[in-house]
Design a protein around this ligand. Structure first.
Ligand SMILES: [Zn+2]
Length: 270
């Protein structure tokens, strides 16, 4: 079983959210997590400092960490605004270019999941920025309906990784679907609103999914970690990510990119 790591980039800066309710929501969430003893006072202070310093992405830090650990990860960037993703295309241009320059991979963090014309527009924006013709996608909030995968294939995507089910990759016309197996949010915030798990609980849950994957004889296991949480302001999340990488390395799992996994699958398929 090989491991595919990816990062959804939901926010680049704090100030891009000055017109929505995310900042007060974020402060509320921190207050709840602190009152329930899931985060320390020092994390609360660090989070308030992040707001003052306008620091909500940890892309440089994560690129550096993944490279140092030989992880060919993929960063998914939104090329359209929606569902509290509000950064401009110029940011995608800067960061996706940087990710490729550093030898890692980038794809689209999709907003439209139900309209082929809009799906095509997002594809074209990303293709124009990156000059790539083999593009992958993960939907923001993993949104999909019965037609999403067929529409993504129609738009020209080579892979998607949005379906949260524990099963092997499968093909829909020319598109490979890599179901999503391990997600930071599901591991550390099982209620979907705030952190409600300790690091120890998170480790046990993660080990369980990995061993289920082995039992099912999956050739690839996919893991999502948001760059937003690679920070001492979210110390349990950051420690969970680093522990997961260390655990996988100790158990001699190999890391692979989506692109190389597609090549392997095509070889077997042909
Ligand atoms: Zn997202």
């Amino acid at each position: 079983m090989k491991i595919i790591l990816s990062h959804d980039v939901d926010h680049i800066s704090v100030w891009e959210h000055r017109k929505d309710m995310l900042i007060p929501k974020h402060i509320m969430r921190s207050a709840i997590e602190f009152s329930l003893n899931f985060i320390t006072f020092s994390e609360v202070v660090k989070r308030l400092n992040d707001i003052i310093k306008n620091k909500w992405n940890n892309l440089d830090e994560l690129i550096k960490y993944d490279k140092a650990n030989d992880i060919p990860s993929t960063f998914f960037f939104g090329v359209r605004n929606g569902m509290l993703l509000t950064y401009p295309l110029s940011d995608v241009n800067y960061w996706a270019t940087k990710v490729f320059r550093e030898g890692l991979n980038a794809g689209v963090h999709g907003i439209s999941f139900d309209d082929l014309t809009e799906i095509r527009k997002e594809y074209n924006s990303f293709a124009e920025i990156t000059k790539k013709n083999k593009i992958g996608i993960r939907m923001h909030y993993l949104r999909s309906n019965k037609k999403t995968l067929a529409n993504l294939a129609e738009a020209g995507y080579q892979f998607d990784s949005s379906l949260p089910i524990l099963r092997a990759p499968f093909k829909i016309s020319n598109l490979w679907e890599f179901p999503l197996h391990i997600m930071d949010g599901n591991i550390l915030s099982r209620n979907g609103h705030w952190q409600d798990q300790t690091l120890e609980q998170a480790k046990i849950h993660t080990e369980k999914i990995i061993s289920k994957g082995l039992k099912l004889d999956l050739k690839y296991l996919t893991i999502l970690f948001h760059d937003r949480y690679f920070s001492d302001s979210f110390i349990t999340w950051k420690k969970w990510y680093m522990w997961t990488i260390e655990y996988l390395q100790l158990n001699r799992f190999e890391f692979i990119s989506f692109d190389d996994a597609v090549l392997e699958l095509e070889k077997v398929h042909s």
